[in-house]
Design a protein around this ligand. Sequence first.
Ligand code: PEP
Ligand code: MN
Length: 363
Amino acid sequence: MTETQLLALQKRLDEINEQLLDLISERGRIGVQIGKIKRSQGVSVHDPSWEEEALKRLVQRNDGPFDEATIRRLFQEMFGATLQLLEPERGRPLLVSRKRQRMNTVIRLKNTIVGGTDPVLIAGPCSVESLTQVREVAALLNEAGVHVIRGGAFKPRTSPYDFQGLGFDGLKLLKQAADEYGLLTISEIVDPSHLERAVDYVDIVQIGARNMQNFELLKAAGELRKPVLLKRGLAATMDEFLHAAEYIVSRGNSQVMLIERGIRTYEKWTRNTLDISAVPLLKRESHLPVLVDVSHSTGRKDIIIPCAKAALAAGADGIMVEVHPNPPAALSDADQQLDPGEFREFVRQMTVSGLLHPRRPTL
Ligand code: PEP
Ligand code: MN
């Protein structure tokens, strides 16, 4: 077959696809009209016996190349899709659910892909404290092949007397250090009115655990066209977590990543209890990428390597870890942040395990 013939056939397929789309859409619109009439008559919109009759007729008419099972499957899918158009949004599976989207959501940011085949590592200090501090961390990340730097500028602290973060000045420092090393930035935003300005400095907007059910913040994040990292609330169930993500996605922002960061239990040996089961559960129920924060979930450095391995082995799409040039002097979370040597060892051991594949430095 010549190249010209092949191109002509491919063009013909494109045309048929477009015709099919027009027909499916027309079918959907007619289905909605029928549904409305039936509802006004007080009759159920779903008529399985009509569907069965229609399928029988189609199978009889079919003379290949598709077999009977394939024809049934294709039409059943279309019948189901039309019925979904008739269901009110309430009661339908959530947009974040795998029932609505079978394929994984993949988030692309420059040279970083979240939710693809390779897990990502996000690292950086708990809080942005100074340019020197974030530059040091940025250099360390670049050397380790890590492409996303975190650093809090708006810190939701338990005590109002604790360090509250540098605000927009902190975001600017983070961006300056990140730009120097070609890294992406992620930082928590707590106030919906800050989002518009913040997106000049952050590539990924973090919504913290304490704000997982700050519905006005979630709605505002839904208006963005930037990736959002949503942390699981301190005592949030899976259902509450997914509904929080739904607030963002239902406003049109489909670029949402979920992150398990430990939940509150009676256990005191860890800061929170890392719920590893959240990873396969969320991956099963939702198409969104799922990450694990091994610093806030454990609150201790001596177990973060096995916890990070467990997270990736359970199917997590990435890990978040806190690292600081001089943890004892850190203005927040001093106990759980890795120092540069510990961070290098963390990356080394994760790489040796075969679960993480950091990429070469960009600079
Ligand atoms: C953070 O990641 O900076 C943070 C405050 O974490 P969390 O919201 O999970 O407590
Ligand atoms: Mn922290």
